[in-house]
Design a protein around this ligand. Structure first.
Ligand code: ZN
Length: 414
C-alpha cells in the first residue's frame, strides 16, 4: 500500500479542491475539476432517488436550537455542533443532521395510509464542529453534504422500503466501482446511549437482519457482521463499510430504522379506520457524503477516474498549429455532446501529454497532419490500454453513450 497516493496528493495533481487559511480549516473549496466530479455524483444520487420514487426538497441549513432539542440531537451531539447564534431573542444553530427538517416537511401536511410511503431526498449540507487537529482533506471536514433521503411509511412497509434502500445503496457503490468490504448490522447495547423502547429495537433489528438476507448480501460475497453499540441513537442500521489503504474504516452508505423521531415530532397518518397511527421513519444514505465519496474515489482509482466521473474526459491535442481548426471543431462537437473536453495547444506535444497524464485526463486525442487528412484522431485510453486511430466523426457519439450509461468505452470504432 505504500506506493498508493493519499487523496490530498492526487487532488493537487488534478486541482480537485483547495484550502485557504482565511476560509478556515475543514472547509475545502471545490475547484472546477472537483465540482465536475461532484456534479456527476449528485446526478447519480438524483437519478437513483427519482427511480425509487423520492421527491426532492430543499431545507435550510439553520434552525432554532429547540428543533434539535426536540429531535434529541442537542442532548447527544451539542459538543460536536457549532455554538448557537443569537438573533432576535432566539438561538439559531447550524444543523448536525437533516432528519428534523425532513420530519417537519412531512408534518407540513396531513397524510393518509394510502399515500404512504412518502420519500424526501435532498443533497443536504450539515455541520460538525470538528477540532482542527482531526481535519483532513475531504475525509474529515466541517461541512458535509449528504445524499440524504427520509422515508415515512407504515410498519407493514418497512421491510420493502429498507430492502429498496439497501439495493440502491449497493447499486450506487457498484456504479462507482467502490468495493464494499462488509455490511454491518449496527445494533444497540445496554450503555443507555439509545433512546426508545427495547421491544421496538428488537423488532427493528430483526427486520434489518431479514432485509439483508432478502437482498442477498451474503450471496453477493459481502460478509455481514452484527456489532452492538454502533446503532444511531434512534434506531438500528445497516451500514456499508469500506476500508481505505491505511486500514481506516468508514461507513459509506446506510439504511436506518427510526421509531424515536416520529414519536418526538408526533408524525402520524390517518389509517383506514380513521384512527391516527405513528409512521416509521427510514433514513437512507445512498451515494454517501460528497466529500467522503470523492476522497474515496480519488484513492481507489489513484485519480484515474472512470469516463463518467473524470473531470477531463477528453484532452484534445493538435500536433502543430496546422491542426488548430480541426481540433477546435472536435472540441466543440464533444462539448455539444455533453462531454468535458479540453483543448491543449501550447507547449511541446510531449509536455502536453505529460501534463494530461499528471492531471489524469481520461482520454487523450491527438490530431496531426496524417489524422487530419484521414478525418481521424489518435486516441489513447489508459484504462483499456487502447491506442489507435479512431473515426473522428464517430467519437462524440459513442463517448456520449458510454458517459450516459456510466460505463467505460467497450469497443473503439476504427
Ligand atoms: Zn436522517
Amino acid at each position: 500500500m505504500s506506493d498508493e497516493l493519499d487523496h490530498r496528493t492526487i487532488s493537487q495533481d488534478m486541482a480537485v479542491f483547495a484550502t485557504d487559511p482565511d476560509v478556515g480549516a475543514g472547509l475545502p473549496l471545490w475547484l472546477p475539476a472537483g465540482a465536475a466530479i461532484r456534479h456527476e455524483l449528485e446526478q447519480l444520487a438524483r437519478d437513483l432517488a427519482r427511480r425509487d420514487g423520492c421527491h426532492g426538497v430543499y431545507t435550510p441549513v439553520l434552525a432554532k436550537r429547540e428543533l434539535f432539542e426536540q429531535s434529541g440531537h442537542w442532548a447527544k451531539f451539542s459538543d460536536d455542533m457549532f455554538p448557537p447564534m443569537s438573533l432576535g431573542g432566539s438561538e439559531l444553530v447550524l444543523r448536525p443532521a437533516n432528519c428534523p427538517h425532513h420530519a417537519k416537511v412531512y408534518a407540513a401536511d396531513r397524510h393518509s395510509y394510502r399515500e404512504l410511503p412518502i420519500r424526501f431526498n435532498e443533497l443536504a449540507p450539515m455541520f460538525r464542529a470538528e477540532r482542527s487537529g482531526v481535519l483532513s482533506g475531504l475525509s474529515r471536514v466541517r461541512q458535509i453534504t449528504l445524499d440524504d433521503t427520509h422515508v415515512f411509511c407504515r410498519p407493514d412497509q418497512v421491510a420493502d422500503e429498507a430492502a429498496m434502500a439497501l439495493r440502491s445503496a449497493l447499486e450506487a457503490q457498484r456504479v462507482l466501482g467502490l468495493p464494499v468490504d462488509y455490511v454491518r448490522l449496527s445494533c444497540r447495547d445496554d450503555s443507555g446511549a439509545f433512546l426508545g423502547d427495547p421491544a421496538e429495537w428488537e423488532w427493528a433489528e430483526a427486520a434489518l437482519r431479514s432485509v439483508a438476507e432478502s437482498v442477498g448480501v451474503a450471496e453477493a460475497g459481502m460478509p455481514m457482521l452484527e456489532v452492538a453499540g454502533e446503532a444511531a441513537f434512534y434506531g438500528p442500521k445497516l451500514d456499508l463499510q469500506v476500508r481505505d489503504g491505511r486500514g481506516h474504516e468508514e461507513t459509506i452508505a446506510t439504511v436506518q430504522l427510526d421509531f424515536v423521531q416520529p414519536e418526538r415530532f408526533d408524525l402520524s397518518y390517518d389509517d383506514a379506520d380513521a384512527s391516527r397511527q405513528r409512521v416509521v421513519m427510514i433514513h437512507r444514505g445512498t451515494v454517501g457524503s460528497m466529500e467522503r465519496v470523492v476522497g474515496s474515489l480519488l484513492e481507489r482509482y489513484q485519480g484515474r477516474l472512470p469516463l463518467c466521473l473524470a473531470p477531463v474526459q477528453v484532452s484534445v491535442l493538435p500536433v502543430g498549429p496546422g491542426q488548430d481548426g480541426e481540433v477546435r471543431s472536435l472540441v466543440d462537437e464533444l462539448l455539444a455532446a455533453g462531454l468535458r473536453a479540453r483543448l491543449e495547444a501550447d507547449g511541446t506535444l510531449g509536455a502536453r501529454i505529460r501534463a494530461s497524464r499528471q492531471r489524469r485526463d481520461c482520454l487523450v486525442a491527438v490530431i496531426g497532419p496524417a489524422e487530419a487528412a484521414a478525418a481521424a484522431v489518435q486516441v489513447t485510453d489508459p484504462a483499456s490500454a487502447f491506442r489507435g486511430m479512431v473515426d473522428r466523426s464517430a467519437l462524440p457519439g459513442f463517448l456520449r453513450e458510454a458517459h450516459l450509461d456510466r460505463r467505460p468505452v467497450l469497443s473503439w470504432p476504427m
